[in-house]
Design a protein around this ligand. Structure first.
Ligand code: IPE
Ligand code: MG
Length: 234
């Protein structure tokens, strides 16, 4: 979700107002996912590198997270959204961690939409954490090196148990992953749009999904193999 700051600048207002408008866009997109029966959505709210922003912006974002979390829970709950957080929790303040834990518990039985919010998250850190957890199991003789395959590795990552994302959307015009889900995005379709995150509405989301619908996902196969398989399926 990129472009909150530029959205604010364009209106001659504060970056903090851009982040607030960004929360409104999140609400709209989560509703759209529920309405369209999309099973999983992972939002990159704050990266492990975002800690390097000016302290007042970081502090403002942290209190916005607590406030929004508390305000949005009732609707998430009634829409059947299961909320989980990925990232380095130890780096977040105690009040935010408490809201995160209680909203996760409250929504744990919901099954319509799996909503992951990445806070203090980095894809490299995620991979390193998985490598360390597996190494520890090897040290304890609970696992052998030969048993580490793609499945055991994926199960040690933050998105364990969820399918790899089908579609990655980045707003704000930059064409990079910025250390998002590096492992999980291996075969994900990438969509970049100039649209700034606060302007990303149901219509813009629809355009991203339309783009996705035109992609042929080959996963290493040839176009002929894919076309043959879909004829055989029909
Ligand atoms: C959003 O937008 C995301 C967060 C890190 C919360 P930015 O704050 O990066 O907006 P720009 O890139 O300055 O426009
Ligand atoms: Mg940015």
């Amino acid at each position: 979700m990129d472009g909150n700051g530029r959205w604010a600048l364009a209106r001659g207002t504060l970056r903090a107002d851009g982040h607030r408008a960004g929360v409104d866009a999140v609400r709209v997109i989560v509703r759209e996912c529920v309405r369209r029966e999309i099973g999983a959505l992972t939002l990159f709210a704050f990266s492990s590198e975002n800690w390097r922003r000016p302290p007042d912006e970081v502090l403002g974002l942290m209190s916005l997270f607590v406030e929004s979390l508390e305000a949005e829970i009732p609707e998430l709950q009634s829409n059947g959204v299961r909320l989980r957080f990925i990232g380095e929790r130890a780096e977040l303040d105690a009040r935010l961690r408490a809201s995160m834990a209680s909203s996760e518990q409250l929504t744990a039985a919901n099954a319509r939409l799996a909503l992951q919010v990445a806070l203090s998250y980095g894809g490299r850190g995620d991979i390193l954490g998985a490598a360390r957890r597996l190494a520890l199991q090897v040290e304890r003789h609970q696992l052998t090196a030969a048993q580490i395959d793609e499945d055991t590795f994926a199960a040690a990552l933050a998105l364990a148990g969820l399918p790899d994302p089908d579609l990655f959307i980045r707003t704000g015009g930059e064409q990079r992953l910025s250390n998002f889900l590096l492992w999980n995005l291996a075969y994900t379709e990438l969509y970049f749009t100039e649209c700034l995150w606060p302007d990303f509405d149901a219509h813009a989301f629809d355009a991203a999904l339309q783009h996705y619908a035109t992609r042929q996902r080959r996963f290493g196969l040839t176009a002929e193999q894919i076309e043959f398989a879909s004829v055989a399926d029909a």
